[in-house]
Design a protein around this ligand. Structure first.
Ligand code: CP
Length: 316
């Protein structure tokens, strides 16, 4: 494929290919000298129209470690602030011949639209409530490393599923790989329609976490609750915040995950988040760099092959 727009477009064998290559990059990233030349000569532009700590920094590091020329567009100081549209901004950058565009946008579908307008590979770094494919891939790598497999597991995704692109991409990936997914949260935050994607829905943590191998917590995404019901944080923590008592319903060796950013005392107790015997939250961040290196390496191979064919045809 030219782009990575969503897990919905990936087959199970393609997911495994990304994870296997990412394992090699995990080993490289733990060395003192981390640089390779897989993207040498290529230009990567990161366009983040929404805030990010983990995704933007890991894409930047990933590109640099692969030898690309990496540019971070500062959207706060760009002409988007003067009214330029997403598509015009993308076409302007496209005219500078980038090879990889990494895009985060608040609107679901915006990254797919942009991908239709440019000549380079586009990677979705999160679009609205739609998809965050590299997050699901890094979560899958983290789970596979902890559990030794990424199939046949019971994974509980807890909290604000309704507004979460992370939940949606994870549901798709875990379903494709043959896992059982449970969604836990209040009915206002876990619409029953998600059951159509093959997940079981629970509105209490005790029943939802029973027998879970993986417990994935989500942030309350108030920025997407425009005008809708926003629960009180204290009451929310009491019913749905992960603490030792609620975690005791999961398997004794269940791992605790959180994509970040985390709100301690709202969806997760700080003691659980910091307990390295259960929490793999920091490992998720480490896997994020390796997975993004693997994704960009594979897309660059496809891009080079496509351009090689086009050069032979005289169309590039
Ligand atoms: N998990 C995630 O996407 O984090 P950031 O918003 O910090 O990139």
């Amino acid at each position: 494929a030219r782009h990575l727009l969503g897990i919905e477009h990936l087959a199970p064998d393609e997911i495994v290919t990304v994870l296997d290559l990412a394992e090699r990059y995990v080993a490289l990233n733990r060395r003192t000298v981390k640089r390779t030349e897989a993207l040498a000569g290529l230009t990567q532009i990161n366009m983040f129209f929404e805030n990010s700590t983990r995704t933007q920094s890991s894409f930047e590091l990933a590109g640099k470690r692969l030898g690309a020329d990496v540019m971070n567009m500062s959207m706060q100081t760009s002409s988007v602030k003067k009214g330029e549209t997403l598509i015009d901004t993308a076409l302007t950058l496209n005219a500078m011949h980038p090879d990889l565009l990494v895009v985060r946008h608040a609107s679901s579908g915006a990254v797919d639209l942009l991908a239709q307008k440019v000549n380079c590979a586009v990677i979705n770094a999160g679009d609205g409530k739609h998809e965050h494919p590299t997050q699901a891939l890094l979560d899958a790598l983290t789970i596979r490393r902890s559990k030794g497999r990424i199939t046949g597991l019971t994974v509980a995704i807890c909290g604000d599923v309704a507004h979460s692109r992370v939940a949606r991409s994870n549901m798709l990936l875990l379903g494709k790989m043959g896992n059982r997914v449970r969604l836990i949260g209040p009915p206002t935050l876990v619409p029953s329609a998600f059951g159509d994607m093959g997940a079981e829905i629970h509105d209490d943590m005790a029943s939802g976490l029973k027998g879970a191998d993986v417990v994935m917590m989500l942030r309350l995404q108030k920025e997407r609750m425009d005008g809708g019901f926003i629960p009180s944080e204290r009451e929310y923590f009491h019913r749905y915040g992960l603490d030792a008592d609620k975690l005791s319903h999961a398997e004794p060796d269940a791992i605790v995950m959180h994509p970040g950013p985390m709100n301690r005392g709202v969806e997760i107790d700080g003691t659980i988040a910091d307990d390295i015997t259960r929490s793999v939250i920091q490992e998720q961040v480490e896997m994020g760099v390796a997975v993004r290196m693997a994704v960009m390496d594979l897309l660059a191979q496809n891009l080079r092959a496509e351009r090689g064919r086009a050069a032979v045809d005289g169309t590039y």
